[in-house]
Design a binder for this molecule. Structure first.
Ligand code: ADP
Length: 630
């Protein structure tokens, strides 16, 4: 052997990055509960590697050991106190080992370290959430050897070893077959895991639905048969729960589950879940759900995007269809170009699943209102998005909508509830938009509605404006923003008497116009205001208005559109200002008050761009008030 060869064969030592060292330290020294999940992580990695190989083999038969059984073996050596998890998956080259086993995403590591220090979740959840998967072995092992050989026919075998310290080594290994073997040298206090029976229990608990056989002690331990391919009546609640947990690492019971298993007219087997919470854990790894797509036992996509409308992106689950064409590349299916790359089969699947989800959600709303309320709280915003974007299912989606109103108090109402309570002669559904529910409830626009006991829906969500673009009417009743100028309301109520003369009003109006300039289109006396001094009304009810409002609320458009300012001529503040304006057309207090009243109106509607900018003016007004004798 030449010297050169020897140097090459020497294992090479490398350091873990700093954040990996920190994670390893915590795993090795601080987390003692739920240590058994290390096995789940290793099996899940093995299963991923098997799925990757299977997918590769759809188009490429030129792989090492093309005939090897696709499976996972868990072996124990009690004497040596070791466990080995072996798979015939895609394997890793030396470079892949260095790249994949020596690193964790920096942000992920930081979040993990923070949360582990806070110790307010059990380790099983933390590890699942942060994707420190492989490293969990250091909870139970003080030395780990990974021997792997990639499926590429010309790849050499390699070995990666670490002892939970700050570095690892990589070197050349002996291994004929394709795949990966991970050997854990158990710590003394983890000797309990060197036990076939114990490992089998753990496999059943956490990895029962892995779609490749898992062998231990020469027997297959997992059920393997896909739960979604069984008839729903044969599946027990606990099995669904267990599938959900194994798939999502979410320990809370899902809010809703849907199981479809049919062979005709298309082959479609699917289990879908609505999680209990939109965000899980303190720092969420992902907010959006994941649908795994299988065809003929091959995992085609880990996060299928086109199988449900976008607004259902919080749904998790599995979709499996033998009818899907397999000649699609992973990239092809995954590129999110939408419907145009979908095969007719994919479109049918999407239609079936979407229709069923709508039925289930409407059922839930009808039969289990409390559960539905919990759903609405977490996912209502997605339903609103659906109303705006899914014309086909608008009717079903509209039935799911829930609103606060001026008379509903804490409760939420449906549009049907609203319709049931309209007053005699009322032909429209009214809503008010503001930056918050509280501000909506205090809107000056509500004055004439309160006086007539007409209910008004309160909109304070950014998504409400978007929703309105798809919700122009409900069962013949048009939806109408209360800030429109010419709303004619049913029922006579006495208008409060003006306490201003025409001359006083016109001097006030001149001073306001001078102070506000182009910000308002016009100043006029209000016919409807009762308790509030002013309001801004819109004489445009075109469809672009709500979207413009969204742009404003998002701060994308700086100046609010000019509107008409209505003054309440029965209000003492307006009267006092009018008297001052009549005495002195250039009174600075009148000008400052005009600007402040305008800002107040914007503020109440959630449209003010710079509230802090009002402070100097408010101070000037306070100063003037403070100087006055009592
Ligand atoms: P994650 O699985 O979340 O990516 P892990 O730390 O568990 O994170 O694994 C890191 C990477 O190491 C995997 O993404 C994969 O590329 C590689 N890996 C781990 N185990 C195996 C295995 N048994 N076969 C092939 N590659 C593996």
């Amino acid at each position: 052997m030449t010297t050169d060869q020897e140097t090459v064969n020497q294992p090479e030592a490398m350091s873990f990055r700093a954040e990996v060292q920190q994670v390893l330290h915590i795993l090795a020294h601080s987390l003692y509960t739920d240590r058994e999940i290390f096995l789940r992580e290793l099996i899940s990695n093995a299963s991923d590697a098997l799925h990757r190989l299977q997918f590769e083999m759809l188009t490429n038969q030129n792989v090492r050991d093309a005939d090897a059984e696709l499976a996972i073996w868990v072996e124990v050596d009690k004497e040596a106190r070791t466990i080995t998890v072996r798979d015939t998956g895609a394997g890793m080259t030396r470079e892949e080992m260095i790249a994949h086993l020596g690193t964790i995403a920096q942000s992920s590591a930081r979040a993990f370290v923070q949360q582990a220090k806070a110790q307010n979740a059990n380790s099983g959840e933390i590890i699942g959430q942060f994707g420190v998967g492989f490293y969990s072995v250091f909870m139970v092992a003080d030395k780990v050897s990974v021997v792997s050989r990639s499926f590429h026919p010309d790849a050499e075998a390699a070995i990666w070893e670490a002892t939970g310290g700050d570095s690892f080594t990589v070197g050349v290994a002996e291994r004929e077959g394709r795949g990966t073997s991970i050997t854990l040298h158990l710590k003394e206090d983890a000797a309990e895991f060197a036990n076939d029976w114990k490992l089998e229990q753990i496999i059943k608990r956490h990895s029962d639905f892995v779609s490749f056989p898992i062998y231990s002690d020469e027997r297959q331990v997992n059920q393997q048969k896909a739960l979604w391919r069984r008839a729903p009546r044969e599946v027990e609640a606990a099995q669904y729960k267990s599938l959900y947990q194994q798939m999502t690492m979410d320990y809370e019971e899902p809010l809703l589950r849907l199981h479809i298993s049919t062979d005709a007219p298309i082959d479609l087997h699917s289990i879908l879940f609505v999680p209990a919470k939109r965000e899980r854990g303190i720092i969420e790894r992902r907010i959006e759900g994941k649908i795994k797509l299988y065809s003929r036992k091959v995992l085609i996509q880990d996060e299928a995007k086109d199988l449900l409308p976008n607004y259902f992106r919080f749904i998790e689950g599995v979709v499996d269809s033998e009818d899907l064409p397999l000649n699609v590349s992973r990239e092809g299916v995954q590129s999110n170009v939408g419907a145009n790359i979908q095969s007719p089969i994919q479109q049918r699947i999407r239609k079936t699943l979407t229709g069923r989800l709508h039925r289930e959600l409407n059922d839930l709303a009808e039969k289990e209102p409390e559960k539905f309320a919990a759903f609405w709280k977490e996912f209502g915003v997605f339903i609103k998005e659906g109303v705006a974007s899914d014309f086909e299912h608008r009717e079903e989606l509209t039935k799911l909508l829930r609103f606060n109103s001026t008379t509903s108090g804490e409760a939420l109402i449906t549009l049907a509830d609203y319709k049931g309570r309209i007053v005699e002669g009322q032909k429209e559904i009214y809503y008010v938009m503001a930056g918050s529910l509280e501000a909506a409830g205090n809107s000056p626009h509500l004055d004439p509605f309160g006086a007539r006991k007409i209910e008004v829906l309160l909109f304070s969500d950014l998504m409400d404006g978007f929703m309105l673009s798809g919700l122009r009417e409900f069962e013949g009743l048009k939806l109408r923003n209360v800030d429109e100028a010419d709303i004619e309301l049913p029922g006579e109520v006495d208008a409060p008497a003006s306490i201003l003369s025409d001359a006083e009003f016109s001097s006030l109006s001149e001073s306001f116009t001078a102070a506000l300039g182009d910000q308002v289109k016009e100043i006029r006396a209000s016919k409807v205001l009762r308790d509030s001094p002013v309001r801004l009304v819109s004489d445009d009810d075109g469809p672009g208005r709500e979207m413009q409002r969204i742009q404003q609320m998002l701060g994308r458009e700086n100046e609010p559109q000019p509107r008409v300012m209505e003054l309440n001529t029965s209000h003492p503040l307006i009267a006092a200002l009018a008297h001052r304006a009549a005495a002195d057309a250039a009174d600075p207090i009148v000008a400052a008050a005009a600007e402040q009243l305008y800002d107040n109106a914007l503020l109440l509607e959630g449209l003010h761009q710079n509230p802090a900018g009002m402070v100097p003016r408010i101070q000037r007004l306070l100063e003037a008030a403070a100087r006055r004798e009592k």
